[in-house]
Design a protein around this ligand. Sequence first.
Ligand SMILES: Nc1ncnc2c1ncn2[C@@H]1O[C@H](COP(=O)(O)OP(=O)(O)OP(=O)(O)O)[C@@H](O)[C@H]1O
Length: 261
Amino acid sequence: MKKQENITTIKKDSRTEREVIIDIRDLYKSFGKVRVLNGFNLRLHKGENLVVMGKSGSGKSVMIKCLIGLIKPDSGYISVMNNEIKTLNRDTLDILRSDIGFLFQGSALYDSMTVRENLEFPMRRHKKRLGLVSDTTPMVLEALESVGLAHAIDLMPAELSGGMKRRVALARTLILKPKIILYDEPTSGLDPITSKEIIELMLSIQAKYGTSSLIITHDVDCARVISDRMILLVDGINYAEGTYEELITSTDPKVEAFFKK
Ligand SMILES: Nc1ncnc2c1ncn2[C@@H]1O[C@H](COP(=O)(O)OP(=O)(O)OP(=O)(O)O)[C@@H](O)[C@H]1O
């Protein structure tokens, strides 16, 4: 079978001349009387690690769900690789989603499947994109090697530590060679050393695959190491934007509040 044509096209940011991968403009979303997003804007450029921080309940997950078409915003413009989300039918949205890797807090492995079977799972779901794959082993091994776990291919999830499980989940997102990776709290629940390993892995994956990443985190150390740029989501808007250094030296009380230990 011929590999499915890529539906993506890229446009340039007129201000910076950098390729825009995700473009969110004037996003509004309320639930009943609660206004969560109140004109939120975000641009993710090619190859960039963009961190979004916001306190609990500020709307980070709602923003991501709008981005991938799981929640309908009240208004606003969202495009991913120049495809406006609200104009896509289900099939096209599905193809686009296969270009996006997800590492979410709840992205658990299937306990009854081996590591290999866990990695093969998305390959079955996205057969059209991959074309005919007669032997999955090289792809599974390549993804596992990228996270340093080729030796764990035949283990069951119960035999893995928390950090190893997170790495296998990351390998599972890599198997489809995504152009974008969305990370939701990639280091939550991990000890500082394992968190550091995951952050280093995220950096090495970006270098190897050239992915663009949107990272939601409360972990200031993670933000410091991983971010090229940061957005602070406060009161439903992109309240502050800049590099880690720019934000950490800000004297704005709402910005300072994020960095207080
Ligand atoms: N489906 C829904 N129906 C009603 N309210 C919702 C729904 N989804 C989210 N909300 C509300 O929207 C607000 C933002 O929630 P969201 O999950 O985006 O926060 P968050 O910034 O991701 O928080 P956390 O850091 O704790 O994960 C919350 O007040 C939440 O209760």
